[in-house]
Design a protein around this ligand. Structure first.
Ligand code: GDP
Length: 182
């Protein structure tokens, strides 16, 4: 049956967090528009994109928020922005760069900030991005998995560049949210 674009059964807000340069914007553009960019963005602020998916015969509209150009950590002094960013979110992708170990270590801080602003039931997916950079991998699957388990988060590896697992990462979070709230 035909359904108009604006029709949906559920609207879920999902936030992207993680250090600058890990690939958040490209994960989002890959998922929302199947686009990738080799350039680092220069806009400052917060933006979001939407995509609607089917889960169990329901139409789920995902509103995915990304901090454009600047680290949310840098925006922290603006408490209102930080709060607005997290407000109402029911899922989060905590992204790190598999080739830069420090970005994995910093996910602990991102998780802390996330937890301090959101409901304890929020669905969290730890995402190791840039899986295509196999030759310079700096975090093992086992280590990332163990950390995710400890944090009660899901874990997946993606490549926005090679379009590996990107849709699965987002739909995985959305499906879990649906099971929690639906
Ligand atoms: P953000 O600051 O976390 O939003 O990161 P961006 O999406 O702006 O990406 C930062 C840089 O990493 C850009 O030069 C991208 O082209 C690059 N990048 C993003 N995803 C991938 C990926 O999966 N593999 C590789 N090799 N590079 C990526």
């Amino acid at each position: 049956a035909y359904r108009a674009d604006e029709e949906y059964d559920y609207l879920f807000k999902v936030v992207l967090i993680g250090d600058a340069g890990v690939g958040k914007t490209n994960l989002l553009s890959r998922f929302a528009r199947d686009e990738f960019s080799f350039e680092t963005k220069s806009t400052i602020g917060v933006e979001f994109a939407t995509r609607t998916i089917h889960v169990d015969g329901k139409l789920i509209k995902a509103q995915i928020w990304d901090t454009a150009g600047q680290d949310l950590m840098c925006l922290r002094r603006y408490r209102a922005i930080t709060s607005a960013y997290y407000r109402g979110s029911v899922g989060a992708l905590v992204v790190f760069d598999l080739s830069r170990r420090v970005t994995f270590e910093n996910t602990a801080r991102w998780l802390q900030e996330l937890r301090s602003h959101t409901d304890p039931n929020i669905v969290v997916m730890l995402v190791g991005n840039k899986a295509d950079l196999r030759h310079i991998r700096a975090v093992s699957v086992e280590e990332a998995q163990a950390f995710a388990r400890k944090e009660k988060a899901f874990f997946t590896e993606t490549s926005a560049l090679e379009s590996i697992n990107v849709a699965d990462a987002f739909t995985g979070v959305l499906t879990q949210i649906y099971h929690v709230v639906g």
